[in-house]
Design a protein around this ligand. Structure first.
Ligand code: SF4
Ligand code: SF4
Length: 103
């Protein structure tokens, strides 16, 4: 009888612990979600395009793009899918060859 009582008490404790663990896991996934939202670069709503006549192929924009959306082969080529529209390349192109276009 005493063993049965001990077993019941342990099962109750185990159930409570499981509930606490589930609660902690829920909190952890919420924290993970918040961290992901805070660290994701928010799209600027557009993407960069290059004026192939003005571009000299200097490569500055390729170095500055935070998401590596630009590859320079003679002139800059922009991966519009990857581009977040942050505008860094547009602001820094020494020849005014870049601009943002809405999606
Ligand atoms: S910074 Fe301007 S000129 Fe230089 S590669 Fe990029 S688009 Fe061309
Ligand atoms: S706008 Fe930003 S993300 Fe897009 S190509 Fe320029 S630097 Fe890269």
């Amino acid at each position: 009888m005493r063993q049965q009582n001990q077993k019941t008490a342990l099962q109750k404790q185990l159930g409570e612990l499981k509930q606490k663990v589930a609660g902690l896991q829920g909190g952890l996934s919420q924290v993970r979600k918040s961290i992901q939202e805070l660290t994701t670069v928010k799209p600027g709503g557009g993407y960069a395009v290059v004026d192939r006549i003005r571009c000299t192929g200097c490569g500055l924009c390729e170095q500055l793009c935070p998401v590596r959306a630009i590859k320079v082969t003679y002139v800059a080529n922009i991966d519009a899918q990857r581009c977040t529209g942050c505008g860094i390349c547009v602001q820094n192109c020494p020849h005014g060859a870049l601009s943002l276009r809405g999606r």
